[in-house]
Design a binder for this molecule. Structure first.
Ligand SMILES: NC(=[NH2+])NCCC[C@H](N)C(=O)O
Length: 533
């Protein structure tokens, strides 16, 4: 079957080329009106839809950007999802996605190396995430009314190909993450069950821990898929219902973390804090790259753009509010845990629980287990929610089969997308021990976060540089990309030099070059702005 180049166009572009009467048509007529200035030259060119060679059509398709204006986006909001989430629900959504098992486990792992300085590791990682959250907040209020988060921002700032690649990275992360979290949750449930003496040791491994076949390649368990089915049903029933479950569970875990902190404060012996950085600052910085994982999740808020009551105001509050709450809670937990015991005595698997049982506070240990279960449940719930909204966004843009773009008329949830992500996670969790893959999880998220930061620069750049003249033989765009690549390379070189203890001179030179690159970017923005005046 031959495919005309028009079929390469995403839905929004294809419908613009057809009947003027459809709802989408009017939406994109509005979009086209809004596409003055910067977007006009990024509009899919007519040559790509008028029968050019297949390859050039493919390239044009891959390189086009999605024109979105706040006005046009608002028009799209009537497509089926309903605006039910207030600011508190959004903050709790972000916290629900972020506080999982990380704080209960990573703290100990890193503290064994960084000592009490793990607190600084958390503060450093938190500060880096705040910068990123500011980028998310800016873009969330710039494109406040369409689902898609990082994928959507990339589509608007760069092009379809990059956006699709960001989507695949995120999906890798989310699919494996969901399966891995579901398995951990299943193991926790079995551990709870085994507290009953008659049950202890009698639960077959295929129920929760996993029965291994083919030398461990396949590891079957049924509890993880069952948990995934339950959460998928909740998510399908409606955003209000899933948000209620998330609000309850997240509030519970916040209370538990606060109780843990207060219970621990009375056990703190300040002499355990000295030396604060027994292995130096390097161990602290290295630790911050590990604890970054504990903050992953605040970006989930950006994906509820179409379900927030007042997205332009509430999304930035939700993103930043949830992250700041996590920073405060994590830093408090770190101070308490490293003050309770000498860092060398902290356990690696369940450091928090072990620290409290060492002090004879058994009830706190039980609370911590409940907190971990609530934490895992909400990260899983919100993760599945985010995935379905991403599939919805791609389905609407025509980059995935249109079945993903459907929203149930009465439940107002993307039913097909939701069931699909539930099924993928259930199959992975039911058949494989995905924990082995879970260490690649942060990669997808890190890619998403980096690209979103680049989107802010790119969009601001194109806002201001549209009418300005290039200074030399390079276009404004080439200048911008050149500066960005230099800054990114310098960061990479500085990181490698630091990690492998090369001469400090490399780091200083990289830092200086990156500073010049950043100032050039800034200078061009400012000078472009003055041209525009
Ligand atoms: N998209 C993800 N990789 N989500 C995982 C979130 C992990 C969560 N921050 C935790 O500490 O457990």
């Amino acid at each position: 079957m031959t495919q005309g180049p028009t079929s390469l166009l995403p839905v929004w572009a294809r419908t613009t080329a057809r009947r003027p009467s459809s709802r989408r048509q009017s939406l994109h007529a509005t979009t086209a009106e809004a596409m003055d200035g910067e977007d006009a030259h990024h509009r899919p060119s007519s040559s790509s839809s008028s029968g050019g060679p297949f390859l050039s059509g493919l390239c044009a398709a891959a390189l086009r950007r999605k024109p979105i204006s706040a006005r046009a986006s608002a028009a799209a909001s009537g497509e089926g999802l309903v605006r039910q989430l207030g600011v508190l629900e959004l903050v709790l959504l972000g916290i629900g996605a972020s506080i999982g098992a990380g704080i209960f486990v990573i703290t100990g792992t890193v503290a064994r190396d960084a000592g009490p300085g793990v607190t600084i590791s958390f503060a450093l990682a938190g500060a880096a995430c705040v910068l990123n959250a500011l980028c998310y907040a800016e873009l969330a209020s710039r494109f406040p009314a369409v689902v898609g988060g990082a994928y959507l921002y990339t589509y608007a700032a760069f092009n379809e190909l990059t956006a699709f690649l960001v989507f695949t990275q995120l999906m890798l992360d989310y699919h494996i993450g969901a399966a891995s979290i579901a398995r951990s949750l299943a193991s926790y449930f079995i551990q709870f069950l085994e507290l009953i003496p008659s049950v202890k040791g009698n639960v077959p491994s295929w129920i929760g821990h996993g029965e291994e076949f083919f030398g461990g390649v396949v590891s079957v368990n049924i509890l993880a898929p069952i948990l995934l089915v339950i959460l998928t049903v909740i998510l399908c029933r409606g955003v209000k219902e899933s948000s209620a479950v998330n609000t309850f569970m997240t509030t519970l875990k916040i209370i538990i973390v606060i109780v843990v902190v207060f219970a621990g404060v009375f056990e703190v012996d300040v002499s355990n804090w000295s030396p604060f950085m027994p292995n130096g600052f390097k161990a602290v910085v290295t630790g911050s790259t590990v604890v970054f994982f504990a903050y992953v999740g605040f970006d989930a808020v950006a994906n509820s753009a179409e379900e927030a009551k007042n997205p332009q105001r509430d999304l930035p509050i939700g993103i930043l509010g949830s992250l700041l709450a996590c920073v405060i809670l994590y830093v408090a937990v770190c101070l308490v845990i490293t003050g309770m015991l000498p860092y060398t005595l902290l356990g690696e698997d369940a450091p928090l629980a072990e620290a409290f049982s060492a002090k004879g506070l058994k009830f706190v240990t039980v609370l911590i287990s409940i907190g971990a279960v609530a934490g895992l449940t909400t990260t899983l719930l919100v993760g599945l929610y985010v995935q379905s909204r991403l599939y919805l966004g791609l389905g609407r843009d025509g980059l995935l089969p249109s079945i993903f773009s459907k929203v149930h008329p009465t439940l107002h949830t993307p039913l097909h997308s939701q069931i699909w992500v539930g099924c993928v996670a259930a199959v992975l969790a039911g058949l494989f021990n995905v924990h082995a893959l879970s260490h690649i999880l942060s990669v997808g998220t890190l890619t998403g976060y980096s690209v979103v930061s680049a989107c802010v620069i790119t969009l601001r750049w194109s806002d201001k540089a549209t009418n300005s003249r290039s200074l030399g033989k390079f276009s404004i765009w080439q200048e911008g990309v050149f500066c960005l690549v230099i800054v990114a390379l310098c960061g990479f070189i500085a990181g490698i030099s630091y990690r492998f203890s090369y001469s400090i001179a490399f780091i200083i030179i990289a830092f200086l070059i990156a500073t010049v690159g950043s100032f050039s970017l800034l200078f061009r923005q400012v000078s472009a702005f003055s041209f525009n005046l």
